[in-house]
Ligand binder design. Structure first.
Ligand code: NCD
Length: 301
């Protein structure tokens, strides 16, 4: 069901396929299942967790990794086009993870490459493997996704992690979504249209204080400064929301705080020690989820 597949959008995967992935992630162990296989990482944008957790996952399964971060170090700096770069990686590796500032770059790479292409984030559009990690974290920490009330907080307009997470949640019968952001950072019209047609109950609000006590999951995101077409628009919204210790203390018992990371100033430092915080655990789950994904794509099962 996964073997040889491209991973371009979370929308391409059914709930039962994602359940299959989560079961695999729960049981996968270090081993040599991918010995002799090579993963290429082509990162044209900064990354810490996505790139390093993919590399860790591949190495733990006995495979090898080649790749680059930043186009300065590649022939793109000499004027080579993306399609030619991908063609070369296709000849060298068994799978490619690509991150790129332009929407649609992963899709283009998948059209050029014979080997499976995994989208590690394309502009503001999709970040499917982050959504897999986020949904898995909820399953592990809360035991279920169905019936939960979830708040997505922050830059819901330019944040690809938030958008992919939202699409993913809609597959699992959540009870209600609260979309908490300043008006200018609300989800884009195509995402709101998706929400309306999905039939999932949702509410757009600016009032984090009113929502904190209502939800089982609070998903906070960074303002995507680098994606603002106009820097003065960023100046208007920066610092416009913050999850403080005082707000975190008002959350329901057993509720969890997630963040795809990196966080800048949208979560007060003291929240890291709060009983609800799970974002570092979430980042750690990236390794078993990406191990499971690589194994399913390259070996099947
Ligand atoms: C996210 C991304 O790159 O979209 N980071 C990640 O992969 N964990 C979120 C962000 O950069 O804010």
């Amino acid at each position: 069901m996964f073997r040889g597949r491209d991973v371009l959008s979370i929308l391409d995967f059914s709930a039962s396929e994602l359940e299959h992935l989560f079961r695999k992630a729960s049981t996968i162990r270090q081993g040599n299942g991918l010995r002799g296989k090579i993963l290429a990482t082509a990162f044209f944008e900064p990354s810490t967790r996505t790139r390093l957790s993919f590399e860790t996952a591949m190495l733990k399964l006995g495979g090898s990794v080649i790749g680059f971060g930043g186009e300065e170090a590649t022939s793109l700096a000499k004027g080579e086009n993306l399609a030619d770069t991908i063609r070369m990686l296709d000849a060298y590796a068994d799978a490619i993870v690509i991150r790129h500032p332009l929407e649609g770059a992963a899709k283009l790479a998948a059209e050029v490459a014979e080997v499976p292409v995994i989208n590690g984030g394309d502009g503001k559009q999709h970040h499917p493997t982050q959504a897999m990690v986020d949904l898995y974290t909820i399953r592990k920490e809360m035991g279920r996704i169905e019936g939960l009330r979830v708040a997505l907080v922050g830059d819901l307009r330019y944040g690809r992690a938030a958008t992919s997470f939202l699409y993913g949640l809609c597959k699992f019968g959540v009870e209600k979504l609260f979309l908490v952001s300043p008006p200018s950072l609300r989800p884009r019209e195509e995402v709101l249209e998706f929400l309306r047609s999905s039939g999932v109950e949702h509410e757009l609000t600016e009032d984090l204080g009113r929502v904190v006590g209502e939800v089982e999951v609070m998903y906070v995101t960074r303002i995507q400064k680098e994606r603002f077409p106009d820097p003065s628009e960023f100046e208007k919204v920066k610092g416009s929301y913050k999850l403080t210790v005082e707000l975190a203390e008002r959350m329901k018992e057993g509720a969890i705080i997630l963040h795809p990371l990196p966080k800048v100033d949208e979560i007060e430092l003291g929240v890291d020690e709060n009983e609800h915080a799970r974002y570092f655990q979430q980042a750690a789950y990236a390794v078993p989820v990406r191990m499971a994904l690589l194994s399913l794509i390259l070996k099947g099962g």
